[in-house]
Design a protein around this ligand. Structure first.
Ligand SMILES: Cc1ncc(COP(=O)(O)O)c(C=O)c1O
Length: 340
């Protein structure tokens, strides 16, 4: 039965669905995958995820396509990144085959919540891995739990592809160069909440981080990677403290396919003044084009978008990626899993 949802009015938030799937690591082995409708987790009060932040998560999407089929985007990359996050926080790694089977199962079990193509909405998949052993001293858990749930999420751009303003924060760091910024672990997000709140209160779409060591180079754009475009070149920061965005590596490949050059290198703040276009990229929006970036502490403002509108190359990259996700363009790089 189709749920009674106004798909195009959905936001990016939790919406209850029918099932979630779980898997447990005990005595050095992952269990069989379990399916449940229970949305609660029973945890020991001393679980290592609660006290010492042993937790990592992922985010990916499944799409209902114009040909009626369901497509999942780059799930093996998400499995790989979760394994890196696990290594970075000394947690048991969920093997790729189990990760992918959990994704397939949780999508199939909640098929009726996959939004129709015309709505522009999608099914967001949230894998989570946590340390569950009781720990009072700081040391890794022996047991782990992997859980995956889904939530239909609305189109990011309700009024069409549009630009946003960002603010450079100099009084907070999200992550340190040799810290955990390159892993998708909750602690990084906790560290970003104050900067994000202050940016929103000041009327910005989000906060813009510079490198923590020198405050000279661009790191990330809130919970998204940054790219700038000039002279037919896609330029994105190289930094050890940012999350390697799967959307970003995808856009780099598409840029090359479209005949653009790609540079992954440190990007000094001053270079913002030279970009013809810029954007924040991630699973939620694919590309969120940038209008202006302010640096209030230094009294600087970088106006990037012409007439406040997204640039033509950003739009082309965005449309190409979306059309690959929807099976409208061929999947020449093996990014898509079709769920039958
Ligand atoms: C801190 C951070 N950077 C970048 C991204 C974008 O990554 P992806 O394109 O894999 O969604 C995300 C979202 O997952 C994020 O949380």
């Amino acid at each position: 039965m189709t749920p009674d949802i106004n798909w195009s009015e959905l936001s990016f938030s939790y919406y209850p669905t029918d099932f979630n799937v779980r898997c447990y690591y005990r005595d050095g082995e992952w269990s069989a995958i379990e399916e449940t409708s229970d949305t609660n987790i029973s945890l020991h009060m001393a679980a290592s995820c609660l006290h010492y932040g042993q937790e990592a998560f992922e985010g990916l999407k499944a799409f209902r396509c114009p040909d009626g089929r369901i497509r999942i985007f780059r799930m093996e990359e998400n499995a790989d990144r979760l394994q890196r996050s696990c290594r970075g926080t000394v947690m048991a790694e969920l093997p790729t085959d189990i990760f992918c089977e959990m994704v397939r199962r949780v999508v199939k079990l909640n098929e009726r919540f996959i939004p129709p193509y015309e709505s522009g909405a999608a099914l967001y998949i949230r894998p989570l891995l946590i340390g569950t052993s009781p720990r009072v001293g700081v040391r890794p858990s022996a047991e782990y739990m992997a859980v995956m749930f889904v939530s239909p999420v609305g189109p990011y751009f309700k009024g069409g592809f549009a630009t946003n303003n960002y603010v450079i924060v100099r009084n907070y760091d999200r992550a340190a160069p040799l810290g955990t910024g390159c892993y998708k672990v909750g602690g990084n997000y906790a560290a970003s909440l104050r900067a994000n709140k202050e940016a929103h209160e000041a009327g910005y779409a989000g906060e813009f981080y510079l490198d923590a060591k020198e405050k000279k180079y661009i790191d990330e754009c809130g919970a998204a990677n940054f790219f700038g475009i000039k002279d037919n070149t896609y330029i994105t920061p190289k930094s050890t403290s940012i999350l390697p965005s799967i959307t970003n590596i995808t856009l780099q490949q598409i840029a090359r396919d479209l005949g653009m050059k790609v540079e992954v290198r440190p990007v000094p703040e001053e270079e913002l003044a030279t970009f013809e276009e810029a954007g924040a990229c991630g699973t939620a929006a694919v590309i969120s084009p940038i209008n202006r970036i302010d640096d209030p502490v230094r009294g600087l403002s970088y106006q990037i978008a012409k007439d406040g509108r997204p640039g033509p190359l950003s739009e082309r990259l965005y449309t190409t990626l979306r059309n690959i996700q929807y099976g409208i363009l061929p999947d020449t790089h093996g990014w898509i899993t079709v769920l039958d």
